[in-house]
Design a protein around this ligand. Structure first.
Ligand SMILES: [Mg+2]
Length: 325
């Protein structure tokens, strides 16, 4: 799918700002920086990450994008199997940080998407962790020309590890909104998804989104849960000054200030912020530091995003908008 330059920048922004939020939040995971804290890419955190290093959120997003970039339909069949296989490949790399539910599924090393989904479904107890929402952003890039396919793929990939309807709805909503932002440059996709959802989903999400737009992080404190994670990201996006591209940086820092699962809430916010504002507005001092599994840096994420949109097209005519060292 050919895109004009500003849409290419926004498509690249989806992966770049996911990684930026992730690496920014990594050093603050399970802390409470508070509303006045200065936030920067300090590294550290639970996985002893280097400054600028992204964590499981971005690595799993990369795993999805690598398959989508081949042109495969990642919503079903061999394409979905290939996504499952990439998740296992990442798990085999011995990541420093991995969510509880995701670990419980991938440690069984399922050999197919169907087997992975079955293992996820058999996990007892609460299954609505934020681990499928944190990685869903690249799904939007694979389906810029197909809104229904975008929703199908978001659902199928969420269910690989998270057998929970709210997690599915959150992934559908956010992926739909990211697709919408790349195409049209607005955040309207969040409410548009909800308006078109089932009555049950609409009645559930509408008052929560309203509350996020007016509330504080204390209103959704359990952001390891997919619902509060989405609301934290939406709070950060909608309660910071959005009149110019500096909004991206401001809202990422705000997501981290909310505390707790900071790399994930900022990664989730980053997927949508990057889709709205583009890769070129991310501060260069941050993009220069970015790195992570599988040995990638910012320019590799940018190329992967372009390939994901193109579905296997080559990169002829594409040139990076990132600063050169
Ligand atoms: Mg993480």
């Amino acid at each position: 799918m050919g895109l004009p330059d500003e849409r290419t920048d926004r498509a690249a922004g989806v992966l770049l700002a996911t990684a930026t939020g992730d690496a920014l939040g990594a050093g603050y995971e399970f802390t409470a920086p508070g509303s006045d804290a200065v936030i920067d890419m300090i590294g550290g955190g639970l996985g002893s990450f280097a400054p600028g290093e992204w964590t499981d959120d971005t690595s799993m997003a990369v795993a999805i994008a690598e398959v989508a970039a081949t042109g495969a339909d990642i919503s079903t069949g061999p394409g979905l199997d290939a996504v499952a296989a990439q998740f296992v490949r990442w798990y085999e790399s011995g990541p420093a940080d991995i969510g509880v539910q995701t670990s419980a599924v991938l440690s069984k090393r399922p050999a197919s998407a169907e087997e992975m989904r079955s293992i996820a479904a058999a996990i007892p107890g609460l299954k609505g962790g934020n681990g499928s929402l944190m990685r869903t952003a690249p799904v939007a890039l694979a389906y810029l020309g197909d809104a229904d396919g975008c929703l199908r793929a978001a659902r199928a990939i969420s269910l690989l590890t998270h057998d929970d309807e709210r997690a599915v709805e959150a992934c559908e909503m956010w992926t739909y909104a990211i697709r919408h932002a790349v195409l049209y440059g607005t955040f309207d996709g969040v409410r548009e998804y909800v308006a078109g959802a089932s009555t049950g989903a609409r009645d559930y999400w509408t008052p929560l989104l309203d509350r996020a737009e007016r509330g504080t992080p204390a209103d959704f404190p359990n952001n390891g849960w997919v619902v509060d994670a989405l609301l934290t990201a939406w709070w950060a996006i909608t309660t910071t000054d959005a009149t110019g591209p500096e909004h991206l940086q401001r809202a990422l820092e705000q997501a981290v200030r909310a505390g707790h699962d900071t790399d994930t809430t900022a990664a989730i916010a980053g997927g949508l912020l990057g889709a709205r504002w583009g890769a070129s507005v991310i501060p260069a001092r941050w993009t220069r530091m970015l790195h992570g599994w599988p040995g990638y840096r910012a320019v590799d994420l940018e190329r992967l995003a372009v390939r994901t949109v193109g579905g296997g097209d080559d990169l002829e005519g594409w040139s990076s908008s990132l600063p050169v060292d």
